[in-house]
Ligand binder design. Structure first.
Ligand SMILES: Cc1cc2nc3c(=O)[nH]c(=O)nc-3n(C[C@H](O)[C@H](O)[C@H](O)COP(=O)(O)OP(=O)(O)OC[C@H]3O[C@@H](n4cnc5c(N)ncnc54)[C@H](O)[C@@H]3O)c2cc1C
Length: 368
């Protein structure tokens, strides 16, 4: 679906105002590309809840102790200075047709680019105060840091790829602690091919992780995770249970898909507001959805830059096809990893070195 943009509205500024909501992967890549290409005739503001962006691919390595916190974070102020844009550190609370509503006041826009990611979807009976959610990363880091080396037991809820990788990282760092991985479905990392699952299962056994499948969480209390049929020691309980739409999405007039995320066309435009572009986990491409994963946000970056350039030139937007397959690299501990793409499975220390190179290159491109 391709929709033309309306002419930029007059927000009282000489040049059109492009507002980036959230410093997600796609937005940062698009901003870097726009800066490199130069001569975009617009003022740009980046609104971010924090002064840093985080790179999720390195979180398991940080848990294991292979990376320092600064290795996986991107300070935004130096970027803003280098790219000549305004940085507003504020929490986005909603939006209307002409402005973003933030904790620091309204930010009018001619073009709004939304890249605020997703929240962690907590299992319903859990009190959010008793678990550390996968997102936002600032909360994950703040909640886990003081307990990483002191907790006697960890329970990771959610046996998707992220939960499995985090359980392996915890068990590698803390072989003296008990680590339980709890999954309500019948298998761990079900999105991976059987060969990769088998290898990951071997690593989990080697690291004495207790895997519990078809397990339903009923609550957490006093260092214990309660399941329907048993109780699991859990000084620290982490939830890696998938992505949920952030609350502020409901405080906007922008069309939403039936999953609650913003509904986007294949030209990245909001289905209801053509001058709102949506990238990454915050939206769902309704005609061609992708899993909520950083790799797809990264791939959207160059497409987003192209869309913004066309908007700037008052040209209609084009479809922005997004590749379906992706390389998945799962760190299994002690600088080794399992990888898979198109059904082919690879494993070894060289796979981890490759992952490390890709991850560091992503972060470092913004720190040069
Ligand atoms: C431990 C872990 C490991 C993962 N590993 C991988 C992996 O290896 N590969 C992969 O493809 N995916 C991975 N994922 C998934 C990946 O993290 C997400 O899919 C990805 O980060 C989404 O990118 P995004 O660009 O949409 O937004 P995000 O990277 O989530 O960025 C959103 C930005 O918006 C800001 N923001 C959010 N809300 C507000 C607000 N209200 N106001 C202002 N600013 C706001 C945030 O501070 C953040 O900077 C992992 C997830 C976890 C939890």
């Amino acid at each position: 679906m391709t929709k033309p943009f309306p002419q930029p509205r007059n927000t009282g500024q000489v040049r059109p105002h492009i507002v980036f909501a959230g410093a997600g992967h796609a937005g940062l890549i698009a901003l870097a590309a726009l800066h490199q290409a130069g001569s975009l005739d617009a003022d740009i503001t980046l609104v971010s809840a924090g002064e840093q962006a985080h790179y999720s691919g390195m979180v398991p390595g940080w848990i294991e102790g292979l990376y320092a916190q600064h290795d996986m974070t991107i300070p935004l102020a130096p970027l803003a200075a280098r790219w000549g844009l305004s940085l507003k550190v504020a929490t986005i609370e909603g939006a209307d047709d002409i402005a973003l509503r933030t904790s620091a006041g309204p930010v009018p826009y001619d073009l709004l680019v939304i890249n605020t990611g997703a929240d962690a979807a907590l299992p319903t009976p859990l009190d959010p105060a008793t678990v550390i959610p996968a997102k936002p990363f600032s909360k994950l880091i703040a909640g886990l840091s003081p307990r990483l080396d002191t907790a006697a037991s960890f329970a990771v809820i959610g046996g998707g790829v992220a939960g499995v990788e985090v359980a392996l990282s915890l068990a590698t760092r803390r072989p003296d602690a008990s680590v339980t991985l709890v999954e309500r479905g019948g298998a761990m990392a079900p999105s991976l091919p059987a060969g990769a699952r088998t290898r990951i299962g071997q690593h989990m056994r080697r690291r004495s992780i207790t895997p519990l499948t078809r397990a339903t969480v009923t609550g957490v209390s006093d260092g214990t995770l309660h399941l329907e049929d048993r109780h699991v020691p859990a000084d620290v309980c982490l939830a890696f249970t998938g992505a949920a739409p952030q609350a502020w999405l409901a405080q906007t007039p922008f069309a939403r898909h039936n999953d609650g995320f913003f509904a986007a066309s294949n030209s990245l435009q909001s289905l209801s507001h053509p001058n709102v572009l949506i990238a990454g986990d915050a939206g769902t491409r309704v005609d061609d959805p992708r899993p909520k994963a950083g790799v797809f946000s990264v791939r959207t970056g160059p497409l987003l830059a192209k869309a913004i350039r066309r908007w700037s030139a008052n040209e209609p937007l084009q479809n922005a096809p997004l590749q379906r397959n992706s390389l998945i690299l799962v760190s299994t501990g002690e600088r080794s990893a399992v990888g898979t793409r198109n059904g082919v499975v690879i494993e070894g220390r060289w796979v981890w070195r490759w992952k490390n190179h890709l991850d560091r290159a992503f972060v470092d491109q913004f720190k040069a």
